[in-house]
Design a protein around this ligand. Structure first.
Ligand SMILES: [Zn+2]
Length: 376
């Protein structure tokens, strides 16, 4: 029988994995595999890199009704990594969605590739949002442009301040997501209200919300008191326009864009962890050479575990987006926090491209100068 080790969210048995048509199929053996503790690993970065974000959506800032939200039908576009990378990851991780796609009689689990990629996109977004809150040298300022829509309302009726200014970021993942991933993101009212927690931050109150009724949307809000007495107005802004009015980011304080990105990240982590619980699991104690009960967070599946590892990493981690190829990376092992390329190869390639551009410019200027001198 297939059983899950709830301390890791993984099945206890060993397996072989193959791609068949639209599924990733895991064939389990009867024997238990050596348990692998994912604590502190960067599996989540590898998983998020199974897709690559294509920055292309553009929109323009516009006035909007107080209660209106701009809602794109679908998420931004991503390209998928080659299937051998998907297989490599699956060979280590095992199934992502726990028992959902398991067929107990055959000891198999067949999970739709579509669902894997959808889950990788959401985590990819979260890692990019996370990297925005990092050290200034590593941050790519416009990395979420086209992905996130901002809304600023003045003279709004704020639940907390009465008359308030509300600064919000909205990230929409589309109206349709494949199963079984979509079921994981469908929360009931009680679960959703559990996630809508307000955190004081300076003069402001920060909170997030998750909507899964009409589309899968994460909201982040900053509420500020507003005594300006201005007429109520509400505006949807692009990232670029939003940054023009944003507060200054310093080493000590985040600007609004970073606070909103941070709140979106927290919200997404919480959504994925809403069904985890604190309880007893079993782990293999090397010294005693036997299984021992252990108290801690228990996971229903490995996707929850990936999000948990990402969430833990958030406080002290150094995540970044490669300036050259867009791949996500961790700079945890770097002493300085200035790493901006995923690899030496990308750093060299970027240097070459710049040198090439410089040479081209030089040649153009020389040609223009020659033309001028012959003309005169
Ligand atoms: Zn790169």
């Amino acid at each position: 029988m297939l059983t899950i080790d709830t301390t890791t969210g993984r099945f206890t048995q060993g397996f072989a994995v193959a791609l068949t048509g639209s599924d990733i199929v895991f064939q389990f053996q009867d024997e238990n595999a050596v348990r692998h503790n994912p604590e502190g690993t960067l599996d989540f970065v590898d998983f998020a890199n199974l897709v690559r974000h294509i920055p292309n959506r553009s929109f323009t800032s516009l006035d909007i009704g107080m209660d209106d939200w701009p809602m794109p039908e679908s998420d931004v576009e991503y390209s998928a990594a080659p299937s051998d990378l998907l297989l490599d990851f699956a060979a280590i991780s095992g199934p992502l969605f726990g028992h959902t796609c398991a067929v107990q009689e055959n000891n198999t689990v067949a999970e739709p590739i579509e669902s894997w990629l959808a889950a990788a996109k959401v985590l990819n977004f979260a890692v990019r949002a996370d990297s925005l809150t990092g050290k200034p040298e590593r941050v790519i300022e416009n990395s979420l442009d086209g992905d996130v829509v901002y809304k600023v309302s003045v003279g709004a009726s704020s639940e907390l301040f009465g008359h308030g200014q509300i600064v919000a970021a909205i990230k929409n993942f589309g109206t349709v997501l494949p199963k079984p991933y979509s079921s994981m993101l469908k929360l009931n009212d009680e679960q959703r209200s559990k996630l809508a927690r307000c955190v004081p931050y300076g003069d402001a109150i920060v909170h997030g919300e998750w909507d899964c009724n009409e589309s899968y949307t994460a909201y982040a809000f900053i509420e500020l008191p507003d005594n300006s007495g201005t007429k109520p107005a509400s505006r949807v802004l692009t990232g670029e326009d939003f940054r023009r009015t944003d507060t200054m980011a310093t080493d000590e304080e985040m600007n609004y864009e970073q606070m909103l990105a941070e709140t979106l990240v927290q919200q997404l982590v919480s959504v994925h962890l809403v069904r985890t619980y604190v309880g007893w699991g079993v782990f293999y104690n090397d010294k005693l050479d036997r299984d021992m009960g252990t108290l801690g967070v228990q996971f229903n599946n490995y996707l929850e575990r990936l999000w948990y590892t990402f969430g833990l990493h958030h406080a002290g981690g150094k995540l970044g987006i490669c300036r050259h190829c867009g791949k996500l990376f961790s700079a945890d092992k770097e002493r300085k926090s200035t790493k901006i390329y995923c690899s030496k190869a990308c750093q060299e390639a970027e240097k070459d491209e710049r040198a090439k551009a410089r040479r081209k410019r030089k040649r153009r200027l020389e040609a223009e100068a020659a033309k001028r001198s012959t003309a005169s």
